[in-house]
Ligand binder design. Structure first.
Ligand SMILES: [Fe+2]
Length: 154
């Protein structure tokens, strides 16, 4: 395989994208979990908002995984690997609606940090395709974090 990026650089980028995949999947699962279990006066708003968000995250994991494959590495896809690779913690109970929002803000911010950490390797290798994907993911996670954060204002 010769796409103009050497194996060492492709491996480094694929590893970074694997962390992004694990974080995105963990946030996907958390958002779907909250969609099922949210209660309280904001039920309708949050149930629907979380649905829009988990659908977007489900598409995103596919795009990230397929970018890893395009770099000729296998994409992680087991809970064991995702737990090892993710920087986002699972929720071990059902939080109150306001705490769900706070947890999701923290989750989206964590994905931003993970995506941003992959840029040095991507830029070194002039991997514009991965840079484009990372930029799109950053825009969406920063925007979603802002929208969720706005719900918390009194
Ligand atoms: Fe549903």
């Amino acid at each position: 395989m010769d796409i103009g990026i050497n194996e060492k650089d492709r491996k480094k980028i694929a590893e970074g994208l694997s962390h992004l995949l694990a974080d995105t999947y963990t946030l996907y699962l958390k958002t779907h979990y909250f969609h099922w279990n949210v209660t309280g006066p904001m039920f309708n708003t949050l149930h629907l908002m979380f649905e829009t968000q988990y659908n977007e995250l489900a598409l995103a994991v596919d795009a990230v995984a397929e970018r890893i494959r395009s770099l000729d590495f296998y994409a992680p896809g087991t809970y064991k690997e995702f737990i090892r690779l993710a920087s986002i913690e699972e929720s071990d109970s059902v939080p109150k609606a306001q705490d769900m929002i706070k947890e999701l803000v923290a989750g989206h911010e964590a994905v931003c940090r993970t995506a941003r950490s992959v840029f040095p390797a991507v830029e070194k290798a002039a991997d514009e395709a991965s840079a484009d994907l990372l930029t799109q993911r950053l825009q969406i996670h920063e925007k979603t974090a802002w929208m969720l954060r706005s719900l918390l204002e009194k």
